[in-house]
Design a protein around this ligand. Structure first.
Ligand code: NAD
Length: 366
């Protein structure tokens, strides 16, 4: 699978629309624009064989529209495999809204976005992602039922981030068990990059277990807050990736395991919440394997959030959410063992299980 990003000029000159490198048999891509509210959004529906495509909306100040398109293509594809590996009857989709949420996000813009989601008639369900709050989903809910992650007071399952963090914590423990022979995080030095909704909760869980946590973020205020709340250390150097530690938890944006960082990494385990952590699944997955770094596939261990929002569609409760999220531990360990036994990367092992599930469903409905 190819995941490099072409330059805008290359894309314009050489690649027809479906030749975009991040296009991977996506079923539908919808461009949404509304000048009155300043909305520019793209909804990507990757695959609906297992069920309606579900995935959050990311609002981000992308440098170019090509970056936004690539992001939604990559993220929506990831959601297909996340739902499949987690055993949910959901397809993969995602949306991006172009712009700085602090500057352009208004209830009007969110409603207009919701109206576009509604036009898909339930083929795509949205939820929160980076740059979104539960209250934004409540606003979208005013114009469409095809939204999850709404407030508990409004009948939803609430903010999915704590559940995502719990799943990442479970996946991290499983990866530690695989790497060190036991899953205790006490005494382990953990680098948490990005201490937003998910990262902060992961910091709480890991430090409560006695891990020594080092935090990094571009938001200095958050760093002080989280450091004071949990008594964890703030990373002050200029290359987090080169830091000596046991575990690296990417919880900011994707592609932080890349050509530049991979040779610096000294950790034994990578387990975090960010989507698409490997800039290139094949190249960087294989390099990690060669370096002996245990990689817990992101789309597997960050599935807590989707489990949480799926509860809204299926109507199951807190206990089932917890049990399904805890099961990420077993799945992660199974996949790491399978990868070792078959000498493939953990990412490839997880993908092949997810692809088998989709293919089986497709064949059964033919
Ligand atoms: P968030 O926006 O709340 O937090 C992201 C944090 O990363 C912010 O504090 C931000 O300042 C920081 N950050 C941004 N760029 C950075 C950089 N270059 N270096 C260091 N820090 C940086 O987002 P979130 O909801 O916590 O999600 C974190 C990641 O997990 C995202 O990649 C998201 O797609 C993924 N994820 C989230 C969920 C969920 O339930 N929220 C579910 C699955 C996956």
């Amino acid at each position: 699978m190819i995941t490099e990003v072409l330059t805008a000029n290359q894309l314009k000159k050489e690649a027809p629309v479906f030749g975009q490198l991040s296009f991977d048999n996506h079923e539908q891509v919808v461009f949404c624009q509304d000048k009155d509210t300043g909305l520019k959004a793209i909804i990507g529906v990757h695959n609906t064989i297992l069920g309606p495509a579900l995935g959050g909306t990311r609002m981000y100040d992308y440098k170019t529209e090509w970056d936004a398109l690539n992001d939604v293509l990559r993220l929506s594809r990831g959601m297909t495999y996340k739902a499949a590996i987690t055993g949910l009857n959901l397809g993969g989709g995602k949306a991006v809204i172009i712009g700085d949420p602090k500057k352009i996000k208004t209830p009007e813009l969110m409603k207009r976005f919701g109206e576009f989601v509604h036009t898909l008639g339930g083929k795509y369900y949205t939820a929160e992602d980076v740059g979104m709050e539960t209250s934004d989903m409540d606003t979208v809910r005013q114009v469409t039922p095809y939204v999850t992650g709404i407030s508990e007071s409004k009948g939803g399952a609430g903010n999915p981030s704590p559940v995502t963090a719990y799943g990442v914590f479970m996946g991290m423990k499983a990866a530690a068990k695989f790497a060190y022979g036991n899953d205790a995080l006490a005494g382990k030095r953990i680098l948490v990059e990005g201490i937003g909704h998910v990262g902060e909760e992961l910091v709480r869980l890991a430090s409560e277990e006695g891990a020594s946590v080092l935090i990094s973020d571009i938001n200095q205020e958050r760093l002080s807050e989280v450091s004071n709340t949990y008594g964890v250390e703030i990373y002050r150097g200029d290359s987090l990736y080169a830091e000596t530690a046991d575990i690296y938890a990417p919880c900011a944006l994707g592609a932080t395991v890349n050509d530049e960082t991979i040779h610096k990494l000294k950790v034994k385990v990578i387990a975090g919440a960010a989507n698409n952590q490997l800039a290139n699944e094949n190249i960087h997955g294989t390099l990690l394997q060669k370096k002996g770094i245990v990689y817990a596939p992101d789309f597997l261990i960050n599935a807590g959030g989707i489990i949480n929002v799926y509860a809204e569609i299926e109507g199951y409760g807190r206990d089932q959410i917890k049990t399904k999220t805890e099961n990420i531990y077993n799945t992660t360990l199974d996949i790491l063992n399978k990868a070792k036994a078959t000498n493939i990367t953990a990412n490839a092992a997880a993908l092949s299980i997810a692809e088998d599930r989709i293919a089986t469903r497709k064949n059964s409905t033919l």
